[in-house]
Write a protein that binds this ligand. Structure first.
Ligand SMILES: Cc1cc2nc3c(=O)[nH]c(=O)nc-3n(C[C@H](O)[C@H](O)[C@H](O)COP(=O)(O)O)c2cc1C
Length: 177
């Protein structure tokens, strides 16, 4: 039987929520990447990475770029989330900016996360409020999809998490078995 693990990095819980859903649907374990050493994952056949975008940086990029050569013989699946609705141009830019070229040929999936200014750290809340003020002054045709999503929240909490975003992963994994 395929032995799999979902490694997640989550600041406010959305990536962890997806990681646990992927794990329970696929019969895998899930584990916080911050408590994971490369030796902990050597016995798994499938590794799913699950994290979020912060200022265009994917939360698990450092771990994956650094350790890819040690795990490249395994089946690796990437999933990341953001506030932005899916946009092909942004998706391509984010993955190209975050990952080494060999990693780009892996299966990569995207879903939407959560947004709650009240629950953010002081630094994140300040950053986001500053960004919203800057975006309000931009020409509408230069606003990025995630900036648009931010403005549409109007400072209120939003939860776009949905199990539909992990269906392609569950399907992909089911074909491995
Ligand atoms: C400071 C900050 C920067 C963010 N940058 C982006 C971004 O560049 N693109 C995007 O789509 N979402 C962005 N987001 C939204 C997060 O990806 C989203 O809130 C996600 O659900 C967080 O997941 P986590 O709770 O698992 O860390 C940002 C959120 C914060 C607080």
């Amino acid at each position: 039987m395929t032995k799999g693990i979902v490694l997640y990095k989550s600041k406010y819980g959305a990536s962890k929520w997806y990681a646990d859903k992927i794990a329970s649907n696929c019969g895998f374990e899930s584990k916080d990447i911050k408590q994971t050493k490369i030796s902990d994952i050597k016995d798994y056949d499938v590794i799913v990475f699950c994290g979020s975008v912060y200022a265009s940086g994917i939360s698990y990029r450092k771990f994956l770029n650094k350790n890819y050569d040690k795990i490249k013989d395994k089946t690796i699946i990437l999933f990341f989330i953001g506030a932005s609705p899916y946009d092909e141009k942004t998706f391509q830019k984010v993955i190209h900016d975050n990952f080494r070229s060999e990693i780009l040929s892996l299966p990569i999936f995207y879903g939407r996360g959560k947004w709650d200014l009240d629950k953010m750290s002081f630094i994140h809340r300040t950053l986001c409020k500053m960004l919203m003020k800057m975006v309000a002054k931009k020409d509408s045709d230069t606003i990025e999809p995630w900036e648009q999503a931010l403005m549409e929240t109007q400072g209120k909490s939003c939860d776009w998490t949905d199990e539909k975003y992990i269906q392609p992963i569950i399907e992909y994994v089911s074909k491995l078995k």
